[in-house]
Design a protein around this ligand. Sequence first.
Ligand SMILES: *Cc1c(COP(=O)(O)O)cnc(C)c1O
Length: 360
Amino acid sequence: MKKIHNFSAGPAMLPKEVLMEAKNNFCNWEKNGFSIMEISHRSHFFLKVVEEIEINIRELLNIPNNYQVLFCPGGARGQFSAIPMNLLNKNDKADYIDSGYWSHLAAIESSKYCYSNIIDVKKKEEKRSILSMKNWGISDNSVYIHYCPNETISGIAIYEQPNFYGKTIICDFSSFIFSKVIDIKKYSLIYASSQKNIGPAGMTIVIIIDDLIKKAQKITPSILNYKILLKNRSMFNTPVTFSWYLSGLVFKWIKKRGGVKNIELLNQKKAKYLYSVIDSSNIYINDIHPKNRSITNVVFKLQGINLEKKFLIESEKEGFLFLKNHYIEGGIRASIYNSMSVKSVKSLAEFMVFFEKRYG
Ligand SMILES: *Cc1c(COP(=O)(O)O)cnc(C)c1O
């Protein structure tokens, strides 16, 4: 069988070692005579798995003790609603930074539950970029600032560190979490769904500072209420146990690879391969300013729609799969999260050079 390189944006590829370990334990988990999916989430077997997951997340992200780690149902989009419902009253104001598709949707959803002040920070010059934070025009009376450090579809990232004089910062880290070192103390709440850079879909991580777990709006569904989730160890309803288990294997895998710091170096190396091919080419175009280029989602277009079609056909023949970007953005997107090897990215870079020579 020919080698497959899976560039899916999410659900995304998982480390082969993790899949093999899950496979070997699928029917008979750790020789206990049952599958991990066949036991109660309240059994001591599963509670041990959960405990280990939390310890590993805390260690990998260096989470201070005054932060809680919650696992929520409903994906990142569930948090688009949960955050304003848990933190605000209907008339409270929040600043929602619009840097692309996901942060825009978060803003729209929040406006059902609060006064959402949407701030467009997209700079549309010859190169697309994001306004620097000092020019965001944050309101004096907003309760928090919400933004998305990596817009997964447009491949636009914000690397600037938040510094808003004590303002509460909330971030959607869905496609960035565990891909680079972050200083948790700079944020009051960060959240991420699992299917990009963690494990299979289903587990949503919320890392929240204690002070923010207060009184949710009355209408807040109990399964999205942080206080109730905390009281119930994130098991108010039956959690997606298999997703938690598999994500747990991924956390161990990251640890084995030297933690997030080491992973970040590999991710930068991978991104560099692709951006340097793009920048020295006559057919591949990435119109994002280098300071805002994503290290996990590399997007580009080709001169002419026919050449783009040809690229997708020829790359697929060579085993480079799922490179077509979301229809709202068009073009090509190589999602190169943690599980994607440097070798696979190098192969894609080489293919791109070859393709340009042949068809460019
Ligand atoms: C994928 C993604 C989402 C949506 O995640 P769901 O789990 O489908 O709700 C939200 N924000 C970002 C940045 C994403 O990449």
